[in-house]
Write a protein that binds this ligand. Sequence first.
Ligand code: BGN
Length: 279
Amino acid sequence: HHEGTKPYCPPFVEFDGQAWEKIKHSYSFWRSDNIEFDEKAAGQKFGLLKAGGWWKPTNCNPVHNVTLIVPYRDRPSQLKKFILHMHSFLQLQMIQYKILVIEQVDEKPFNRGKLLNVGFAESVKNSPTHCYIFHDVDLLPENIKNIYGCTQHPRHMSATVNSFRYLLDYKELFGGAVAILRDQFKKVNGFSNQFFGWGGEDDDFYRRLMDKGISIIRLSPIVSSYRMLPHAKQSENDKRFDTLKQGKERYEKDGLNSLRYTVINHIEGILYTVIQVKL
Ligand code: BGN
């Protein structure tokens, strides 16, 4: 009832851009490899009251409520940087959010698409939001005007990345960080579960959207800019070209509706929730 009397949180034109520049430049971790922090202290600093990395602004009613789903395996130092960065960033944007890390704990090659499906399925089961953001752990948004909310069309958020010399690689690129409405994700049956190893699952996802007549958008290159944290090259999936080519035959039967996995652990941390899975 009290909520009703609060004003809506201001739109981005009123964001304190200077505050963001200050935070960004205070980072020592852009370069350094190991960062240490006390999770409890960070949780208090960020005002994360509920378990599992939930936050919402208290002085105004948020206009966005999103779940960030982060596919993950064995990159602890990147995860720390990502988590600290995102809490600062999303709180300045006054967005209601939750960070859900989906960790692959089996011996199979990394399967980004399937992990994102798992994150979506688990979130929808427990606490669905209207808007989902699928986000790589090595990408940090640089521009505070890159609002972490959904538009009517799915949005490719990470259009320009420093490691790609801030140029969009190709028009159909739909990897890195994307925002999509829950119902649209369901409509395309999510990602394919078949892409084990690096590459192709995002291209397949883009084609699923096109197949259903759902076009994508991007904001300006300046707004969509990201910094990629350095890492070793992933082992590529040699079968990805074929899997991608045969994709269309599988849209209806390979995805959310054929998803099978085993949850090993569900950890509601202070700064984020981790779900460990075997695919
Ligand atoms: C592409 C990859 C994408 C990746 C981008 C950017 C493939 C499929 C080949 C048919 N696609 O080449 O998965 O996100 O590069 O790195 O490998």
